[in-house]
Design a protein around this ligand. Structure first.
Ligand code: FPP
Length: 251
């Protein structure tokens, strides 16, 4: 079944990517273009998270993983880091009733024990409040870095071997996968589609293991401008691709 939407993009509702990951880039440039401070771009970016979450949920996306703060983002000026750390607090204060009404389940992955207590409290509470919801999983990557995630997994596996719980020959891809921060998403752990906004075309230490076979769509739009039409366009592009996972036959 194909449906026309307001951008005249045909998206097939039988082939919606189950897991979409987004690198939400360009908030700063969006603000600069409007002669606004960078934090105004982050605020607009936060509001856009809500819009895209609602739309993705409506069309049947199962998991939306959003790169909200990387382990490298601490290098930014203190006042910007401070603003970014308050975004989850503001986001859940403002949108929790809607998220509950829309049956959205919030999850957070990253080195969360390094977050300020107010940020950690806000995300912990949001996860608790939505844990029984069965709609879209809104998975925030917060203080997340993929290389460090893989190192952490390798250390945990090495420890199991050292303690005699695991034989080296028993280590498989599934072993590593089960130690990654996406492990609780089980068969949905690997994104079907990665989107990066703002014209940059790199992964910036995001989901390096999980993106092995993902389709990637890069768009010039800044994150606050990326709307439902833009998402439809990215999904349309995804649906035109042929996923073969290294074989000859499309899966
Ligand atoms: C990159 O744009 C964006 C970020 C580092 C922050 C992304 C965060 C949000 C979009 C809001 C997250 C919302 C919640 C609820 C946690 P940039 O600042 O690097 O933009 P630039 O490259 O144009 O400077």
């Amino acid at each position: 079944m194909s449906t026309k939407n307001n951008d005249n993009q045909n998206i097939s509702h039988g082939n919606i990517p189950k897991h979409i990951a987004i690198i939400m880039d360009g908030n700063g440039r969006w603000a600069k273009k409007r002669l606004l401070p960078r934090i105004a771009g982050h605020k607009a970016g936060m509001n856009n998270v809500k819009k895209i979450t609602s739309y993705a949920n409506k069309i049947g996306v199962k998991v939306l993983t959003l790169y909200a703060f990387s382990t490298e983002n601490w290098k930014r000026p203190t006042d910007e880091v401070d603003y970014l750390m308050h975004l989850p607090v503001n986001f859940f204060d403002q949108f929790m009733p809607d998220l509950i009404a829309e049956n959205v389940k919030v999850q957070v992955m990253g080195f969360t024990d390094e977050l300020p207590s107010y940020t950690l409290n806000a995300v912990t509470r949001a996860q608790e409040q939505t844990k029984n919801n069965t709609g879209l999983i809104l998975n925030f990557a917060l203080n997340y870095g993929s290389r460090r995630e893989i190192v952490q997994a390798a250390k945990a596996i090495a420890l199991s071997v050292k303690q005699g719980e695991l034989d080296v020959d028993q280590i498989t891809e599934a072993t590593l996968q089960s130690h990654l921060m996406t492990h609780n998403l089980s068969e949905l752990a690997d994104p079907d589609l990665l989107i990066r906004t703002s014209g940059e075309e790199r992964l910036s230490n995001f989901l390096l293991w999980q993106l092995a076979y993902s389709e990637m769509v890069f768009t010039d739009e800044y994150w606050p401008d990326f709307d439902a039409t833009s998402l439809n366009r990215a999904i349309n592009e995804y649906q035109k691709r042929h996923r073969r996972y290294g074989g000859l036959v499309e899966k």
